[in-house]
Design a protein around this ligand. Structure first.
Ligand code: TXA
Ligand code: MG
Length: 350
């Protein structure tokens, strides 16, 4: 795969005239079949017209993403769902209630795809992943373009998701024409991905990737279960079921309790701390090269989520021998973060 070489512009949006310019430029490039990095409420996405196979191919090139890993399709408006997806009659009512409640927002739904969606978007799968972003800049761009946008996270394949324009630049500088900078992402973790299946008396809602919309949020709409792709299954799973990568380049180890960690002589360690509280027992385990906290003092999971990829990225840049991660409370958004930490941890240990 050849990697394109461009000058990458980063356009700000923090004043109305600048915002209009950035949106206009993004729309112009997207109309020409180019890819553009755009902010969403979850993480930054690398977007292209989802109905243009040649444009979508450029996403795979810029990210060096294998073509068997399918993309999420973002719609301009929730009422346009039937442009790209079939709505099975048995789940129609539940789906309607859920899209009314959660769209625009960080919930992605897997549905049977329509023929208008090129195979490259879904990696040949019969289903398409669909969501509607609530980020105001993203909405302006997609409304003006009036086309669905395929957009994976704007990082190189296998790398940490970007939650700021500068993180996108680190990942894709020289590979794309434009990054629209709208500051930090509101949630900081990728959307929750679900499947809805008919069931009686309740629908089955399967969480394929945990994220900002939690099991607790979903349970009013059906019986919620998890089907997270396990690390062990990674090699054998079907296309599209490849376990996501969230791993830093530095080996990462997730601890269950402080006593699990015995530092080795001469090795340099950095700590990803949850609250930075001494009483939690991790701060004094060794002479840490660096300690970064996800939610200083508070232990608030949504705050930890906003900082999660930023902290991981910073710790990765230190060049230490190992990043040690404290466990987080495993409820709400803690479930998604623990899932990501487990994957990163298991990957590096093998
Ligand atoms: O929050 C998000 O979802 C962000 C923003 C940019 O919208 N996007 C994102 O995309 O996280 P990406 O490509 O990094 O992750 C999408 C995940 C991949 O793990 C992919 O395998 C899965 O969704 N996926 C996409 N289509 C699928 C399908 N038809 N069946 C199963 N999994 C699918
Ligand atoms: Mg991704």
């Amino acid at each position: 795969m050849t990697v394109p070489s461009f000058v990458t512009a980063v356009l700000p949006t923090d004043q109305p005239p600048l915002m209009h310019q950035a949106v206009e430029e993004a729309v112009r490039l997207l109309r020409e079949g180019e890819v553009v990095a755009l902010p969403t409420e979850t993480v930054y996405g690398l977007a292209a017209n989802a109905l243009d196979a040649a444009a979508v191919a450029k996403i795979f090139e810029a990210k060096e993403r294998p073509t068997f890993d399918p993309l999420i399709v973002h719609l301009p408006h929730k009422d346009q769902l039937d442009l790209v997806a079939e709505v099975p009659a048995e789940i129609a009512l539940t789906l309607k209630k859920m899209t009314e409640r959660f769209w625009p927002g960080p919930l992605t739904i897997l549905l049977p795809k329509k023929a208008i969606v090129p195979d490259i978007v879904t990696a040949g799968l019969p289903t398409v992943a669909v969501r509607v972003s609530s980020n105001p800049i993203f909405r302006r761009v997609i409304s003006a373009l009036d086309k669905p946008l395929a957009a994976p996270s704007a990082n190189r394949f296998g790398s940490i998701s970007p939650t700021s324009a500068s993180a996108v630049l680190t990942e894709l500088d020289g590979r794309i024409h434009l990054i629209v900078d709208a500051g930090a992402c509101m949630f900081g973790l990728e959307s929750t991905i679900i499947k809805i299946e008919p069931g009686s008396p309740k629908m089955f809602i399967t969480i394929v990737r945990p994220g900002p919309i939690t099991a607790e949020d979903l349970k009013a709409y059906g019986k919620v279960r998890y089907a997270m792709r396990t690390v062990v299954d990674e090699a054998t799973e079907a296309p599209g079921q490849l376990a996501s990568h969230y791993a830093p380049k530095t080996p990462l180890r997730l601890l269950e309790r402080p006593s699990d960690f015995i530092p080795e002589e001469g090795k340099r360690y950095a700590l990803m701390s949850y609250r930075g509280e001494e009483k939690d027992g991790y701060l004094n385990l060794t002479d840490w090269e660096e300690v970064m906290m996800l939610s200083p003092g508070n232990g608030k999971l949504p705050e930890a989520a906003v900082r999660f990829f930023y902290v991981l990225r910073r710790l990765d840049e230190l060049g230490v021998d190992e990043i040690i991660a404290e466990p987080l409370h495993e409820h709400g958004m803690g479930i998604a973060m623990m899932d990501k930490l487990r994957r990163a941890s298991a990957r590096k240990a093998s």
